[in-house]
Design a protein around this ligand. Sequence first.
Ligand code: COA
Length: 629
Amino acid sequence: MLRGIKIWTPKAFTLEPYITSLNLVCNYTSAKSATNSQQLPRLPVPKLDDTLRKFLKSVQPFLNDEESVKTSGLIKQFNSNMGVGPKLQELLVQHATKHQNWLEEWWINTAYLEYRDPVVVFSSPGLVYPIQKFRNESDQLEYAAKTLLAALEYKSMIDKDEIPVEMMGKNPLDMCQYKKIFGTCRIPHEKRDKLSYNDSKYVTVIHNNHLFHLDLWGSDGKKLSQQQIIEALKTIKKLSCNPNNEGVGILSSENRDTWAKAYELLSKEAVNRESLLDIERSLAVLCLDRAVGVHDARSDWQRRTLAAAQTIHGGGAASNGANRWFDKTIQFIVGEDGVTGLTYEHSPAEGQPIAVMTDFIINSINKGSSKAESSASPKNPIKLKFKISDEVSQMIEAAKTNLDKLVDDLELNCFKYDKYGKNFIKSHKFSPDSYLQMAMQYAFYRLHQTPGAHYESAATRMFAGGRTETIRSCSPESIEFAKAMLDTKADPKLKMQTMSKAISAHKDYTVQALQGLGVDRHLLGLKLIAKENGIEVPELYSDAGYVRSAHMRISTSQVACKSDGFMCYAPLVADGYATCYNPRDLDINFATAAFRRHPDTGCEPYRRALEQSLQDMHDLLLLNTKSKL
Ligand code: COA
């Protein structure tokens, strides 16, 4: 997801004295991604005429006639011999010849590392695993140990290139993101963060806001057994039975510049430097969370929503919000009363590889106890020490207040829609994803009677180093469809026609986005190349068409996994909604979010509108089928 577009010169806070050969701190990406061993094609630079044509169509829902004429004029001017468009295009094509993927570095910097709002809520998604019923501490720790062992097995498959290459049709997808899941940590720096890639044999465990180093291999080089990990976790719990009110982890939930300042202050002490480096180099974090009353919730959606909150922000400072290190790519969460899942820092990877790993881990846990080797000489867990100055202590207090504000602001509603799933949609010969996207368009229009600019992520992993392109789901066709559906006098046949047209327009855009031929990344590239060359950003970017169509009030992502899990995240804009969904054969898991601070949006009405839209579309299909018989 794109949050901010700024170009800054990195001003690094140097860590070099503490870097060993195991550890690599990079501005944007690592040597791990610099190779293209899969020999994948390069991301194309779309043709300027094509992008501008698609762009003009996509802004129509947001403009009146007069504005539309103005935008058309600006596009013509931009694309004329006298305009700056062709010059920028030429520069972008030149830039593309010098990079394996012309967008990769720009994207990771502008969408992630330079983005200054906290990663919590604004960037890092949560992923909820099926909620467990733990009877006691042993159950919790057994689940945690199984999670770690399954994760280690998965990491070993990644290292040996044994993860089956994902395919899109006949095209293999770039698997580089898998290599960045374990051992990666984002490091706060003023203006632009860095990523640190590492390989190691231990994890960081957090309990009661205390941090520990837990070796998963013994001194004899043998991996710990499940029982040995359980014993180590018991020791950790004993060593941290009282909550640590000065848990430094909460600082990682702060605005990135604030966290960078705190990090710099912490790093003045050798003991802190050692602990920070230890966390950065670990494979992942395991958060042993306190109970949150998940089984007291009256309904399934309330349990899911509570679990989602824990995976996104930890429920605030008094709950598990300080029991985190939000900069680590993967933080597994195993709560005392059965909330399980993970939170992940988004910059190194998209949700889909994380969801694939989730299926592996959940299957592996369900298979039962593993008969892995055991070590004759397991090492004791080590508590990480921090020396907290008064200044940092005050920053920790401020971080608690700030996190609590974020928690209060984010409304979530996560639910299983169980009336139908992908199979029903496919049986009516529609693309499930496009159908669901149109259900969201219809729901938004039903609620707000105005078009909602709508972001959907499409994977561009067919290309080396590919991440995502935006599918602009709001189209003239989607609005025509929503209007027809809401018109009580409209003929069902007309409704059906508009629905088919809207779904097929979405599918067309999707196919182009998957081929790297969408609008948004190309326009971003043209803007960034202008800035790099000291050329003024063209007026097109401040025009109503661009501004309104890029104010993404509906931010959506399909993150598919076979398990009954789901990913969740926050809206992109204050007056927006987020919808992450996992369409399964017979049902669909939805995670919706809105900001409480905005009076126009709310999860409950949005959920009702979405469910009603899905029902209406279902009924329309059945009616249409019957009328054909
Ligand atoms: N009739 C019948 N079946 C159809 C159909 C039709 N008209 N159109 C599609 N289908 C089938 C497909 O063959 C597919 O079948 P399968 O389940 O056997 O594989 C299934 O329906 C799903 O296809 P569809 O819903 O069209 O699209 P998709 O699942 O490929 O998803 C995207 C589309 C854009 C979401 C996907 O390509 C993508 O990019 N995913 C990654 C998104 C991402 O990056 N998210 C994370 C961001 S953090």
